[in-house]
Design a protein around this ligand. Structure first.
Ligand SMILES: [Zn+2]
Length: 417
């Protein structure tokens, strides 16, 4: 049989195979290892995973990669990011460290409002170039599928512009980028005291326009005490569902206001953050099959003393996923390996659990669990070839990359220099 590509002589392949569902409880500790193995790939998909001898004797090929001594894992699925913005905000980082408050930073022209003003003013080409460079760095760190949100426009045309940029990024970059509409990221300054009017714009203008153009797969919302209340969130999410969008939420990040419970009620695909989610919220999510996407790098960047209760969630049977939350304000982290390190060190996941959370469970958080996130026959050949002694080494070596090569749909998209 003919393959386009074979990869042989890998010391280990961590398949993360999951039997068509997200991994829960002790399944998260099983990397699905195959020793001394290889893969055959055709049309971007995995034809076979077997011993190198079997691959070489069964298939002919156009290209072969010798992975002697290397370890192969699925590519990372980063299921929560905000990469389409203009300015980075490193000066605020310094101001926060110098003890300045959120209000002082906002008065000095910073905060999310500064990202909104500059995104509204930016040309589409400028946003595209900037995001494209950022996403290239993520690819070098092993990300092969990325979710990207709008939400720095907060007016119909600017939100559509951001989603248009995400669509262009998806078409021009070699990784898959999943678009989420997040017009409900914050109340823009002009509607701070008139929530009703902004909710009307969201539900009567933005969501219908986004659905009409077909440029978002998910609708996301920031449900938090000082942003969208439970009632307001329910209205927006109902409208999005009626327009055929799948649902995500930024829920219970700082305070438990019932965001996790609402995610369950609305059958959200995922609820993200959950730093303060209640026991009842965790139980409701488990019952409804909502995937928790935890963002340890955000809480780390905010110097939080507390983190989402990942162990409690895993013990409750929830298929925990992790993501970077890459954004210019609270978390300028584009690295899934570092996110794995923080999930281990700050939330108590084991290295293998953090790998499952960054791959197969994250793929299910984007409704792509049957296409990517694990290495199984028929799934996409999205994978990372690592120069590491063992899987535990990935989160162990903090902030350093040992990635030898990254493949998306069987094509090399990054190679170590
Ligand atoms: Zn976010």
């Amino acid at each position: 049989m003919k393959a386009d590509l074979i990869i042989i002589n890998a010391r280990e392949i961590a398949t993360l195979k999951s039997g068509g569902k997200p991994k829960t409880r002790s399944e998260m500790s099983d990397p699905g290892l195959i020793m001394n193995a290889g893969l055959a790939i055709k049309d971007g998909k995995i034809l076979a995973i077997a011993s190198s001898e079997e691959i070489e004797s069964t298939y002919s090929w156009d290209e072969a990669i010798d992975a002697t001594g290397k370890i192969i894992t699925p590519g990372f699925v980063d299921s929560h990011s905000h990469p389409v913005f203009v300015q980075t905000r490193e000066d605020e980082f310094a101001m926060r460290l110098a003890g300045k408050s959120y209000v002082e930073i906002a008065l000095a022209g910073g905060g999310i409002r500064s990202s909104i003003a500059s995104t509204r003013a930016a040309r589409e080409d400028e946003l595209f170039e900037l995001a494209s460079e950022r996403i290239s760095k993520m690819m070098a760190l092993g990300t092969t599928t990325l979710e990207a949100k709008s939400g720095y426009g907060l007016e119909t045309q600017s939100e559509l512009k951001q989603l248009g940029v995400i669509d262009r990024l998806n078409k021009s970059l070699p990784i898959e980028i999943v678009p989420s509409f997040m017009g409900a990221h914050e109340y823009p300054a002009e509607y701070r005291d008139n929530h009703e009017e902004y909710l009307r714009i969201l539900t009567e203008e933005m969501i219908p326009a986004v659905a009409e153009q077909g440029i978002a797969e998910f609708c996301d919302i920031f449900t938090e005490a000082h942003v969208f209340s439970i009632e307001e969130s329910r209205r927006v999410l109902r409208c999005a569902a009626e327009h055929g969008l799948k649902l995500k939420m930024h829920a219970d990040e700082i305070e438990a206001i019932g965001g996790a419970e609402l995610a369950a009620e609305m059958n959200c695909v995922s609820a993200d953050h959950l730093g303060a989610a209640s026991d009842a919220g965790i139980a409701a999510m488990q019952e409804a099959g909502v995937i928790p996407v935890l963002l340890p790098a955000t809480l780390f960047s905010l110097r939080s003393k507390t983190y989402a209760r990942a162990r409690k969630m895993i013990d409750s049977g929830l298929p925990v996923a992790i993501a970077t939350d890459y954004n210019p304000g609270s978390c300028n982290c584009d690295s899934m390996p570092l996110t794995m390190s923080l999930a281990c060190l700050q939330m108590g996941l084991s290295p293998i659990e953090s790998l499952a959370a960054a791959t197969i469970n994250a793929a299910f958080a984007l409704s792509r669990g049957n296409k990517c996130g694990s290495l199984e026959v028929g799934k996409q050949a999205d994978l990372i070839i690592w120069d590491i002694p063992s899987l535990n080494f990935i989160p162990y070596h903090l902030g350093s990359s040992h990635i030898h090569r990254v493949l998306k749909l069987g094509k090399t998209i990054f190679r170590e220099a």
